[in-house]
Design a protein around this ligand. Structure first.
Ligand code: IPM
Ligand code: MN
Length: 372
């Protein structure tokens, strides 16, 4: 018996989470476990009617669970950034979900825009650091005539960072990235362990040639950590170069470990080479706390309630959730069932099919129920 929290969220979120629950319940029937779902009403609607993003009660309630199944956040009625930072990033940080696990895998039957590449060529995992870097939210923005604030901030800025900001600049903005030894070590160790269970190759991403303080530290920690994993082959890639290699030679990669912001960027590219955002799952993992599984796409508000959204990324995220709980056979059967739905063309419009969200989800659930 597993207790799992669910946050449908905004836009298409509730619809796709509903399909994911169907599939996970089917996996429970087939593999002999029960899931007790607890829904949390968190998202734009509640924010607009009550002004709250996350309450103490939400956090205390969610802390009782090992896993949260998360749909999507984002709504046209709310200024961009409020819900994303106030809910999604707040949860990742609050629960210290320091690993963002994003498999880049071309499923059988899915078309990739990379000509000549097959499922054998596109099968790697990006491990994105999820609590540091330019996501820490330290920054400021001010105009020339905001005298007091400018003076204080300029002074502080100079004292702290030794940089003299051009005094007559019309407007100034800055944002600080923070990387710590401990933060780098824990996510890199996770990636090394993962590589050990796969093809034993780990690529580290950085931009240590320019952002040499933050990513210099990241790189030093990687070099040190690698000494404990002599059986894992390692390499460094600069982030600009890796975008090129993802396209040209995706078969080179097994596990890729990356600081937060670069990970955000390269996993959208990864999603495209695995067939599109509708197929890309992610897990926000705290190995000893509350983890959260979600599609990496957004809430697509214009498709809300139309029953046409692709539920596959969310269902696949459900498979990552099952893996996290140790239900490995059930997790694998969910991915096989997704592949069967593709083979049988019971897929949504974005994948060239005619099925609606619920039809596609029910079909995958049925395949899991019948799986051998
Ligand atoms: C993602 C998203 C988020 C991120 C946003 C919505 C805060 O783009 O999960 O990749 O930047 O991490
Ligand atoms: Mn992103």
């Amino acid at each position: 018996m597993y207790k799992i929290a669910a946050i449908g969220g905004d836009g298409i979120g509730p619809e796709i989470v509903a399909e994911g629950k169907k599939v996970l319940d089917a996996a429970g029937e087939r593999f002999g476990f029960d899931i007790e779902w607890t829904d949390f009403d968190i998202g734009a609607d509640r924010y607009l009617s009550t002004g709250t993003l996350l309450t103490e009660d939400d956090l205390a309630g969610l802390a009782d669970f090992r896993a949260i199944y998360f749909g999507a956040i984002g709504d046209e009625r709310v200024k961009p950034g409020i819900l994303e930072k106030g809910i999604l990033l707040a949860l990742r940080f609050y629960f210290d979900q320091y690993v963002n696990l994003r498999p880049i895998k071309l499923l059988k039957g899915v078309k990739t825009p990379l000509s000549g590449k097959t499922p054998a060529d596109i099968d790697f995992v990006v491990v994105r650091e999820n609590t540091e870097d330019f996501y820490v939210g330290i920054g400021s923005r001010f105009k020339k005539h905001q005298k007091t604030e400018l003076a204080i901030t300029r002074e502080l800025y100079y004292a702290k960072f030794g940089l003299d900001i051009e005094s007559d600049a019309e407007e100034i903005a800055y944002q600080i990235g923070v990387v710590t030894r401990e933060g780098s070590r824990r996510v890199q160790e996770y990636a090394f362990d993962l590589a050990r269970s796969r093809k034993k190759k780990l690529t580290s991403v950085d931009k240590a040639n320019v952002l040499s303080d933050v990513y210099g530290l990241w790189r030093d920690v990687f070099t040190e950590t690698a000494r404990s994993y002599p059986d894992v082959a390692t390499e460094f890639n600069f982030v600009d170069a890796i975008t090129m290699w993802f396209v040209k030679n995706p078969e080179w990669f097994d596990v890729v470990v990356t600081p937060n912001m670069f990970g955000d960027i390269i996993t959208d590219l990864g999603a495209m080479i695995q067939g599109g955002l509708g197929l890309a799952p992610g897990g926000n993992i705290n190995p000893s706390g509350t983890s959260m599984f979600e599609p990496i796409h957004g809430s697509a508000p214009k498709y809300k309630g139309m029953g046409i959204a692709n539920p596959v990324a969310t269902i696949w995220a459900g498979s990552l959730l099952l893996d996290h709980l140790g239900e490995h056979a059930a997790a694998a059967s969910v991915v096989s069932a997704i592949e069967k739905s593709i083979r049988d063309n019971v897929v949504t419009k974005d994948m060239g099919g005619a099925a609606g969200t619920a039809t596609a989800g029910s079909y995958i659930a049925e395949c899991v129920r019948k799986s051998m």
